[in-house]
Design a protein around this ligand. Structure first.
Ligand code: TYC
Length: 107
């Protein structure tokens, strides 16, 4: 039977093999906020402060960017955290009858 790399058939002269398991870093995802014509600007600022821990200045800057460009980045997170934050924003907006939408995209 063929020997695998590093095996030595009992001679003790085998090549040392790398057994360390490499861990992969988790992929990162952007949370994107989308513009719409109905959600009040103040409500978008509140969402950015509440769910992304932004100052009022940063939240206002991001809100205006989305308002003018159509889409903007709220933050970059692991897949699970990004999905949770996007869902929290959309659910919170729905509870207040606003159509605000968030999506996630691989960073
Ligand atoms: N365009 C909205 C308005 O004029 C404000 C707004 C900004 C809505 C950002 C959504 O993600 C958004 N009231």
């Amino acid at each position: 039977m063929a020997q695998k790399d590093g095996e030595d058939a009992g001679t003790g002269l085998g090549v040392a093999t790398r057994t360390r398991t490499r861990t992969k870093k988790p992929s990162l995802y952007k949370v994107l906020m989308l513009n719409d014509d109905y959600t009040p600007m103040e409500f978008v600022v509140l969402c950015l402060q509440r769910f992304f821990r932004m100052s009022i200045e940063d939240a206002t800057r991001v809100m205006l960017h989305v308002h003018q460009k159509g889409v903007g980045v709220c933050g970059v997170f692991s897949h699970e955290v990004a999905e949770t934050k996007a869902t929290q924003v959309v659910d919170f907006a729905r509870q207040h009858q606003h159509p605000l939408q968030c999506t996630i995209e691989k960073a």
